[in-house]
Design a protein around this ligand. Structure first.
Ligand code: PMP
Length: 353
């Protein structure tokens, strides 16, 4: 059997996304999705597109969506790339900007897709440990040989690195590309997109999966200097010149055009996050100060694995982490107030509080 496998296939170690559960009435707090539906304007736009134009190929250049996203950040479409979820945008970025033989750096505790891509594309990597308080050791990302990638806020720690730290990393890798993966940035203080015109080696990657409630539509994007964007377009065109279908283009554009809805739902999630963090602390958890749509917490006595298992039996799905550097932690996605009440209720029963 193995003789039919290419070296490329042997190198792969697929990423395993969070588990699904088909039980009805499950409280699903394990994959950092948004608990609220997308703006009603998304549905309207997609229905309109369905009625009118599905027999036609979509725009290969996605100009309208790129212009709409760019406008929000004061950028032009030449500074914006769109792809099929930020996972695909990240894969194209690894292909475009990182090279075999030149080790890249990312935090030891960060998004588990990075080592998967690095192995797939044969890119060596150095994992930079976090500080004891889980913050980035900023200077250890300076002068990398092959480039840097890091999530901000970090996943699964939920911690946000201030823009001055991000800028220092970009500045101290002048000949390499620094990719800031901002999947959760809309729940945080400030995006690094404001630095794009200052640094031609900065690529900021974002997604509509979290703050815009469109995980099911698969639309991610990157912002950077036109030369970086041009490189991504060339890679994309070598695979599939269309990438995003008509429904995704129309739906994502409508989501960006309804800023009021976006603001209301992100603010709601942030308020719930603050309340849940305080409650967890009262229940004996150490909770990291989250700037994301999830919290990362460790109980003073109870094991994360056992809490995860007991919660699962009670119909509440969360994730637990038991690996070097993040031993005994639960990662809990912020759901609706109702879902969080159920989660806290079950947790209190399990902890006998
Ligand atoms: N980056 C990080 C840090 C993430 O946690 C995720 C979601 N799991 C992604 C990127 C990918 O998101 P998507 O492909 O849905 O845009």
């Amino acid at each position: 059997m193995s003789k039919f496998w290419s070296t490329m296939v042997k190198r792969t170690e697929p990423y395993v996304p969070g588990e699904q559960d088909n039980r009805q009435d499950i409280v699903k707090l394990n994959t950092n999705e948004n608990p609220y539906p997308p703006s009603p304007k998304v549905q309207e736009a997609m229905l309109g597109e369905m009625k009118r134009s599905l027999q036609l190929y979509p725009s290969p250049t996605a100009d309208e969506l790129r212009t709409t996203i760019g406008r929000r950040y004061g950028l032009t479409k030449e500074e914006v790339f769109v792809g099929n979820g930020s996972d695909e945008v990240l894969a194209f970025s690894f292909m475009a900007f990182f090279e075999p033989g030149q080790p890249i750096r990312f935090p030891e505790v960060s998004y588990s897709f990075y080592p998967v891509y690095a192995k797939l594309f044969d890119i060596p990597y150095e994992e930079v440990p976090l500080s004891e308080d889980f913050t980035l050791q900023v200077e250890q990302f300076f002068q990398s040989k092959g480039g840097v990638i890091l999530p901000n806020p970090n996943a699964p720690t939920s911690l946000y690195a201030e823009l001055e730290h991000i800028e220092a990393i970009v500045k101290n890798n002048p000949d390499q590309v620094v990719i800031i993966d901002e999947a959760y940035i809309d729940f945080a203080i400030e995006s690094a997109a404001s630095l794009i015109r200052k640094y031609d080696n900065l690529l900021v990657v974002q997604t509509t999966s979290k703050s815009r409630s469109l995980a099911g539509l698969r639309v991610g994007f990157a912002m950077g200097n036109p030369a970086l964007i041009e490189a991504l377009i060339r890679i994309k065109d070598s695979f599939n010149s269309y990438t995003l279908d008509r429904l995704a283009l129309a739906g994502a554009k409508a989501a960006f055009e309804d800023e009021a809805y976006f603001k209301e739902s992100t603010e709601k999630i942030i308020a719930t996050r603050e309340r849940v963090s305080a409650t967890l602390e009262q229940l004996g958890f150490h909770v990291l100060p989250s700037q994301a749509n999830f919290v990362f917490a460790s109980h003073e006595t109870a094991s994360a694995e056992s809490l995860y298992k007991q919660l699962k039996e009670e119909g509440v799905l969360v994730r637990y982490f038991n690996k070097p550097g993040i031993d005994n932690y639960l990662r809990i996605t912020i759901g609706t107030d109702e879902q969080m009440e159920r989660f806290v209720g079950k947790l209190k029963e399990i902890l006998n509080q």
